[in-house]
Write a protein that binds this ligand. Structure first.
Ligand code: OSB
Ligand code: MG
Length: 370
């Protein structure tokens, strides 16, 4: 792949309904669509960082800067034989994992298009559809939450994740458990507790949850291991795991029993693959997290989730759970068995709708090698 040019599109997409987490509430989602031209082909990638630094320190704005100032200049004019070469080439840029992952995704798309193989085939995925669930934001009251969950169950979702935060945790989760005794249910705190305040969550251990996601701060591996010792429900880490090294160390410290893999958070699909392999060897279940992606990132998530170690349902919902209008021609729909089909066309297997792209683009930039 001889990289000839890179175009960036800063997108602001209206959400179907506001999404509230422990770190804030939002009506829109920002992201950067990355278009790379190489050998007459065009590949797309999505940088998952959002407008605000609530989920992680990385934002769409920091990615916009790092991509143009450092990553794209390193990429232009270079030749890559495989996207896994990319990791080493960008070692000199510390951090900025979502920016790197967005570029790497476009290289995978290009490779797939050049070889006529789907991303699923390139990664070694074995399923043609994957189990999915829905991540439900904080609602006005426990009753409102139960009725929102009911709506998703009516649409066919068979695994529900509830966003929680201090003071909006026990009553909410208990109400949903009472209404749906057999539903596969899990919660996500997005780093909102300390080891001390998380003591309030101990009653959750009686509710038969699949897992409790990221209760403590992202750099709190040690305290997560102390908390895990207090719970029989598995703790799952999201924000804390930013590399295969961290995944290994978290498992060795017994800081979690499950890992959420997001290619964006770990610097790209090749790193996600490495974490998958490590967990698979050790019999540790993983699942594919989501970042409210457009159809581009969703296609990537579906391919990743088709790998054999992804034994828990992913946060990969149907397009209509997020966007009335997406930037891809393809819309992903929920099958009656709470699965979504993995794209099978070359690369990511999606095509961009130019009118939709134009509609949501609020800034753009082009870089060429000459
Ligand atoms: O913590 O998993 C998270 C969305 C944005 C940022 C972080 C998270 C989430 C979600 C939604 O939970 C997952 C999705 O449906 O894309
Ligand atoms: Mg999470």
């Amino acid at each position: 792949m001889n990289i000839e040019g890179v175009a960036l599109y800063y997108l602001r997409m209206p959400l179907v309904s506001p999404f509230e987490t422990s770190f804030g509430r939002s009506d829109t989602r920002d992201c950067i669509l990355i278009e790379i031209r190489a050998d007459g082909l065009t590949g797309f990638g999505e940088c998952a960082a959002d407008y605000d630094p609530g989920y992680s320190s990385e934002t769409a704005g920091t990615s916009w800067y790092i991509l143009q100032e450092f990553l794209i200049p390193l990429l232009l004019g270079k030749s890559f034989s495989h996207p896994t070469d990319f990791q080493g080439a960008f070692d000199q840029v510390r951090g900025h994992l979502m920016a790197k992952a967005g570029l790497e995704m476009a290289l995978w798309d290009l490779l797939g298009k050049a070889e006529g193989r789907s991303l699923r085939q390139l990664l070694g995925g074995m399923r043609d559809k994957v189990d999915v669930g829905v991540s439900v934001g904080i609602q006005a009251s426990p009753q409102a939450l139960v009725s929102t969950v009911e709506g998703y169950i009516a649409k066919g979702y068979r695994r529900i994740k509830l966003k929680i935060k201090p003071g909006r945790d026990l009553l909410e989760t208990q109400a949903v458990r009472l209404a749906f005794p057999d539903m596969r249910l899990q919660v996500d705190a997005n780093s909102a507790y300390t080891l001390e305040s998380a003591q309030a969550l101990l009653p959750l251990d009686e509710l038969g949850l699949l897992l409790i996601e990221q209760p403590l701060y992202e750099d709190d591996l040690l305290d997560h291991s102390r908390l895990q010792a207090q719970f029989s429900t598995p703790i799952c880490l999201d924000e804390s795991i930013t590399s295969p090294r961290h995944a290994r160390q978290a498992l060795e410290m017994k800081a979690c029993k499950v890992i959420n893999i997001k290619a964006g958070r770990v610097g790209g699909l090749s790193q996600g693959l490495a974490i998958h392999d490590l967990c698979h060897e050790r019999g540790v279940p993983v699942w594919c997290g989501g970042m409210l992606e457009t159809g581009v990132g969703r296609a990537s998530n579906l391919a990743l989730a088709s790998l054999p170690g992804f034994t828990l349902p992913g946060d990969i919902s149907a397009s209509d759970r997020y966007y009335l209008q997406d930037i891809t021609d393809e819309r992903f729909i929920l099958n009656p068995d709470s699965t979504i089909d993995v794209p099978s066309s070359p690369g990511l297997g999606v095509t961009i709708d130019p009118a939709a792209l134009e509609r949501f683009t609020i800034n753009q930039a082009v870089h060429t090698s000459r």
